[in-house]
Design a protein around this ligand. Structure first.
Ligand SMILES: [Zn+2]
Length: 412
């Protein structure tokens, strides 16, 4: 088997791996300014997408911009999320050279799409492929690829700890080679129940004190997880931004969430913001909780909420995930002020950060990989892939971290 790393090697973003020059695993976007895409000029016979996040599925429509029509294989939620992301990318960058695809390409994508459930093998470019629940977001999959000689397990993004939204990964299919993500290879997540209890207590305190809580969330996964947490703890909340549409989308795939009834209850517990700016201004005067995109404050309605609540120290901004360097969210955490609408604004409201991660941490990665002690491991999708590969090697694994553009032969 031949494996070529076209993106996501030593970095998070633009994941893309080409197998035997014919089967492409993921084709993502790295959201920098300008956005970055996988390298190489490729013409795959088939495409398999591990899950519906921008860094794995974002550039898939671009594969249909020429005359080729490779089938695209994914789970039903991944298909829905990828199409939604494509629309959003068109809205943000359409008609600019930064956008690698057009509306026509997105329409073509719906024609070549083939959906598969977990543990139902299918054929793609002459390979036998099987998805297994990866416990990251609804529809997320580990991808097992068998070319007749070598079985490759591509983990995609995964979580070994349970979330309210999706159950954790449990499948450990036999493989001759593993490509693992390593996003949080040097982080230990705090206990999920404790984290949740801390968040709930903090939100309640602000509400009792008469403040407004703005909870920035990522649209896919994190927003729904926070809705479920609010519902389970009797916290009334509003939901705003792209998170509202994604929540409606995910409700249509009850087989891919842990507890569809809980998601239904959580969705009716939340009020969806529809009236735009008038309603937003009124909400910030209220003693309530607002879940809104974007999770790192880089756009979306959160940008109009924060300037309105920022000067009252009773109010609170409760970040719900990692804040990437260079984002307004990171700036706010580090300096107590951030730039919104081109103006740097000091924030007197309280700023807190909760790591409701959807990825395995150091222990989770080791727990997962302990099932593959005898299997060569390639580390990708992380900022410290090399270091993690070295630690694995020191622990007796055969592990390495491929470089961007690296091409390797495994087995025959
Ligand atoms: Zn992901």
């Amino acid at each position: 088997m031949q494996i070529e790393f076209l993106g996501g090697a030593g970095e998070v973003g633009r994941s893309a791996i080409l197998i035997n020059d014919s089967l492409l695993l993921d084709y993502g976007i790295k959201t920098e300014n300008p956005p970055q895409y996988p390298i190489g000029d490729i013409d795959p016979d088939a495409v398999v997408v591990s899950h519906g996040h921008l860094d794995h599925a974002g550039a898939v429509p671009a594969l249909l911009s020429g005359s080729a029509r490779p089938p695209v294989h994914w789970t039903p939620p991944t298909r829905a999320l990828a199409l939604r992301l494509a629309e959003d990318t068109l809205k943000l960058h359409g008609q600019t050279p930064q956008c690698p695809f057009t509306e026509t390409d997105v329409r073509r994508l719906t024609q070549v799409s083939e959906t598969h459930g977990y543990e139902e093998s299918f054929e793609a470019a002459g390979h036998e492929v099987t998805f297994f629940n990866a416990g990251h977001i609804p529809g997320s999959a580990h991808v097992l690829v068998d070319d007749g000689e070598t079985r490759l397990l591509y983990t995609g993004d995964f979580h070994t700890g349970g979330q309210r939204l999706v159950p954790e990964t449990t499948a450990r299919p036999e493989a001759d080679m593993v490509i693992t993500e390593s996003t949080y290879s040097d982080v230990e997540h705090s206990d999920r129940a404790q984290l949740e209890a801390g968040f709930v207590e903090s939100v309640r305190t602000t509400i009792w004190q008469g403040g407004t809580v703005v909870v920035p969330v990522f649209a896919i996964g994190r927003a729904q997880e926070l809705l479920l947490i609010c519902e389970a703890n009797d916290i009334d909340c509003y939901l705003d931004g792209m998170a509202t549409e994604i929540t409606r989308t995910l409700k249509q795939y009850p087989d891919y969430v842990r507890d569809p009834d809980a998601l239904r209850r959580a969705t009716s517990n939340a009020r969806f913001v529809t009236e735009k700016d008038g309603q937003r201004a009124r909400l910030t005067e209220k003693n309530t909780v607002i879940l809104t995109t974007a999770g790192m404050l880089g756009g979306g309605p959160v940008v109009s909420y924060i300037p309105r609540i920022r000067s009252n120290p009773t109010n609170k901004i409760a970040l719900t995930g990692y804040q990437v360097e260079g984002t307004p969210g990171r700036e706010l955490v580090e300096t107590g002020s951030a730039e919104f609408d081109g103006r740097v604004m000091p924030v007197s409201a309280q700023v807190e950060q909760y790591d409701f991660s959807a990825h395995a941490d150091r222990d989770g990665l080791r727990e997962f990989l302990s099932e593959y002690r005898e299997t060569p491991i390639l580390v990708n999708h992380g900022d410290a892939c090399e270091q993690f590969a070295d630690r694995l090697a020191a622990a007796g694994y055969e592990a390495s971290a491929p470089d961007l553009g690296e091409r390797m032969q495994v087995g025959d």
